[in-house]
Structure formats: structure tokens, C-alpha cells
Design a binder for this molecule. Structure first.
Ligand code: ATP
Ligand code: MG
Length: 428
């Protein structure tokens, strides 16, 4: 075995070459949610294990086999959060933010699931989640869809994602549906995968979420939830569809769409893409009116979604969006030659940063000859080299060389250099 230090399998470093893309994407997201009146909330990455078992459901993929759970030094069972909704509800309850109030909350951060790593599926990944509390009607469900659609346009991927929607109905409707699903699947017991056979008695609706192709094929002939919908859920769903129609948002009703978590009812939706292969869901969500009460709070309607940022970045890469982003390389480099100039370079750089707060300036540090320094300045990707040598120092001047145009250079009085840069760069 090699001694080289390696990251935990399925946990990625996001390297400097790609962080500008992440930062841009995160800025687009923050601007969009703010445009809809959302406030950011930040929760711990660990919660008591019981929170997830109770909210996500004991018989789900996440709780059964994907959680990073361990005992801390006090012997308490702690879990690295596999998703954000449970922690958000916990925080909202703990701090009295939910009862009888409308809250629009969003968060961004790492989530942890012990899954088999593959493209678009990792053990540490990032989600942006939004949760709205206190609004029972389909209008807010539609507002969340419009928010996503606006974000896709801002990111330049609107043409590559489609919206699927469904209604899971009330708890009673799901119970009635469950009975007919169980009867149907029992008659095909031997064709089911082992997990699904087990769930037939413990949590049959989860079978709808199975990733086993043979099971999915079998389900295609099974009963559909839509036929069991209660009147209230049907009216809610009709209202939701009407609002999407009115806003001109295209969608597909997918009667087999369910969510992998236990707490959803009524509206569910997914934004999917064919640009990523098997891991095609970039954003998924729905209504979970029962969760707050289930976790010990007062009954509070709620709806939300989570999007996977690694999958979004993969899409942005695949579609060539990231190539078009403005560079984040320095605008200029300070190149000092000779001991006196080297003594002066940090002070010069500070003066420029004071005058131009948005200036990206790199000082070529250390010692070395002019030629080696200019090479470094060139490699930084900067447009200009600000050269300070003995003669410049004596004359109180800076030589400005345009690194992107064969050797062109001008001499500028030291006192005027910030004004010169402002005139030649788009720096505010
Ligand atoms: P999947 O069916 O792909 O396993 P899920 O239903 O488990 O997804 P959710 O719990 O709804 O996913 O999470 C919301 C979003 O988070 C997903 O649509 C996806 O974009 C992202 N996501 C979920 N699990 C992972 C993972 N292991 N790695 C990367 N992104 C993920
Ligand atoms: Mg999953």
C-alpha cells in the first residue's frame, strides 16, 4: 500500500482551476434566491442521529445505508448531515422561527452520503436548499418553480433541463394506494430485487424509488398514485399546474415520480437533464406539510427543494458555460529589480490597492533577475507588468509593460500610476 496521503474516497478537492466557476455559480444562486425574498440560514454539518432517522424515515436508502454515523467522545450518536431539510426544521423549531410565520430560508453547504462514487454521485457533495414555511397553497409551490427557472436562465442552462411534477396526495390517499401497490407487487414477488422484497412489508412506497431497472420495468404495469388522489390534493395539484401554465413554464406530469424521503406529500417535482448520463436529477423537492409536527412542533405547512451543485457544475462544464466566464487572473503584476526597489514594492502595491479596491494585483516576490521575474509575471496571466527598477526609483516613475502586446511599454509618474491603471483597465 502506498503511503501517499489521499482524500477519503468519494470526497473531492475543489481545486483553484475550478473555484472561479463555483464562485460564479454560487453568486448566481445567491442573487436569485434573494430576488425572491429568501434569507440565508447556516446549520451545523452534524446533528443528532435521531433527527435524521425520524425525519427522513427509517426505511429509506439514506437512513438504511448511506449515513455517516458515529459515536462522539461522550458516546452520543452523531450523523454527518445527508441533507439539509431536517436540520433546517430543527433549527427553525429550536429558535421559534416557524410557528404562525412565513419564512423563506435557503442554505448552501456540504452533505454526506456513503454511496458508490461515480460521475455526479459523491460521498461529500454540496447542495443548495430552500425551504418555505407557513404557506399551504399551490402558489408558493409554483413560485419555487419560477425561481428555479430563473436560475437556469441566469446560468445559461435553461434549454438543457426539463421539469417533472407529480402529486403524492394525502397520507390517507397514499395508504389506499399502498394497499393496491402491495397486492400488485406481491403477485410479482419473485421478479423483485432483494431490497424491494424486504420493503414490500416495511415501506412499499419506497419501491417506486428503486434504481433497479427490472423493478422499474415491473412498476410500469402497476397501479399509479394519481388514481387514488384525494379531492384536496387533486385541487392543490390542479392549482399548481394552472399557475405554471399561466407563467408559461413547461412541465411533464410523471405519475411515477416519488421522493426518496418519507416526509413528502402533495406536490413533488424534479428538474432533470440528459446532459449528465445516469445522474440526471439536478434539483428535487416538494411539499412536506407533516414534518414540522412530526418532529414535535406545531403543524406548519412547508415546501422546499435541494439542488446538487456538483451536478450543476458538470452541466455548466459540459455545455461550455464556464469557458465564457471572465478571467479572474490578476490585472497587473509588480516586478521590482534591485534591492532598493524590492524594499519599495510592497508599499507601492498597498498604495495601488488603497486607490483601486477592485484591482487584482500580484507582487512577484523573492529575489531574482529581471528576465525570470517577467516570465513569472507573464505566467500569472496579468495584462500589465508594473516595473520598478533602479532608474524608475530614481526618477519616481513606473515602467508599464503590456504583457499581451509584444513589448509595448510606457513610463508613468509614480503618483499617477493608479489613475493610469483605472483608465486602462475595467476596474472600479
Ligand atoms: P438520486 O436519486 O440521484 O440518488 P436523491 O433522490 O437521493 O438523488 P435528494 O436527496 O433529493 O437526491 O437530493 C437532492 C439533489 O442532491 C439531487 O437531485 C442531486 O442533484 C443531489 N445529490 C443527491 N445525492 C448526491 C450525491 N451522492 N452526490 C452528488 N449529488 C447528489
Ligand atoms: Mg440518493
Amino acid at each position: 500500500m502506498s503511503n501517499r496521503l489521499q482524500a477519503v474516497r468519494g470526497m473531492n478537492d475543489i481545486l483553484p482551476g475550478v473555484t472561479p466557476g463555483w464562485q460564479w455559480m454560487e453568486r448566481c444562486i445567491a442573487e436569485t434566491v434573494q430576488a425572491y425574498g429568501f434569507s440565508e440560514i447556516r446549520m451545523p454539518v452534524m446533528e443528532p442521529t435521531a433527527l435524521f432517522a425520524r425525519s427522513i424515515g427509517e426505511v429509506t436508502d439514506i437512513v438504511e445505508k448511506e449515513m455517516y454515523t458515529f459515536e462522539d467522545r461522550n458516546g452520543d450518536s452523531i450523523t454527518l448531515r445527508p441533507e439539509g431539510t431536517a436540520g433546517c426544521v430543527r433549527a427553525g423549531e429550536q429558535h421559534g422561527l416557524l410557528y404562525n410565520q412565513v419564512q423563506r430560508l435557503w442554505y448552501l453547504g456540504p452533505m454526506f452520503r456513503h454511496e458508490r462514487p461515480q460521475k455526479g454521485r459523491y460521498r461529500q457533495f454540496h447542495q443548495v436548499g430552500v425551504e418555505v414555511f407557513g404557506l399551504p397553497g399551490p402558489d408558493v409551490d409554483a413560485e419555487l418553480i419560477l425561481l428555479c427557472a430563473r436560475l437556469w436562465r441566469k446560468l445559461g442552462i435553461a434549454e438543457s433541463v426539463t421539469l417533472q411534477i407529480n402529486s403524492l396526495g394525502s397520507a390517507e390517499a397514499r395508504t389506499a394506494y399502498r394497499d393496491s401497490l402491495v397486492a400488485f407487487l406481491q403477485s410479482h414477488h419473485d421478479e423483485l430485487d432483494a431490497d424491494s422484497q424486504r420493503r414490500l412489508t416495511s415501506n412499499p412506497l419506497r419501491i417506486l424509488d428503486s434504481k433497479v431497472p427490472q423493478t422499474q420495468a415491473l412498476l410500469a404495469d402497476g397501479p399509479v398514485l394519481a388514481d387514488y388522489l384525494d379531492d384536496e390534493s387533486a385541487a392543490h395539484f390542479a392549482g399548481f399546474c394552472a399557475l405554471l401554465d399561466r407563467a408559461g413554464v413547461a412541465y411533464e406530469i410523471n405519475p411515477r415520480l416519488v421522493r426518496g424521503l418519507d416526509y413528502y406529500g402533495k406536490t413533488v417535482f424534479e428538474w432533470v437533464t440528459s446532459a449528465l448520463g445516469a445522474q440526471g436529477t439536478v434539483c428535487a423537492g416538494g411539499r412536506y406539510d407533516g414534518l414540522v409536527e412530526h418532529l414535535g412542533g406545531k403543524a406548519t405547512p412547508a415546501v422546499g427543494f435541494a439542488m446538487g451543485l456538483e451536478r450543476l457544475i458538470l452541466m455548466l462544464e459540459t455545455l461550455g458555460v464556464l469557458e465564457q466566464l471572465p478571467a479572474s487572473t490578476p490585472h497587473a503584476c509588480v516586478v521590482a529589480v534591485g534591492e532598493a526597489a524590492e524594499q519599495e514594492r510592497l508599499v507601492l502595491a498597498e498604495r495601488l490597492r488603497d486607490a483601486l479596491p477592485a484591482l487584482r494585483l500580484e507582487v512577484i516576490l523573492g529575489t531574482g533577475g529581471m528576465k525570470a521575474r517577467m516570465k513569472k509575471a507573464d505566467r500569472s496571466g496579468a495584462r500589465y507588468a508594473l516595473i520598478l527598477g533602479e532608474s524608475e526609483l530614481a526618477a519616481d516613475q513606473i515602467t508599464v509593460r503590456d504583457l499581451r502586446s509584444d513589448g509595448a511599454q510606457v513610463t508613468v509618474a509614480a503618483a499617477e500610476i493608479s489613475g493610469w491603471l483605472q483608465g486602462h483597465l475595467t476596474v472600479t
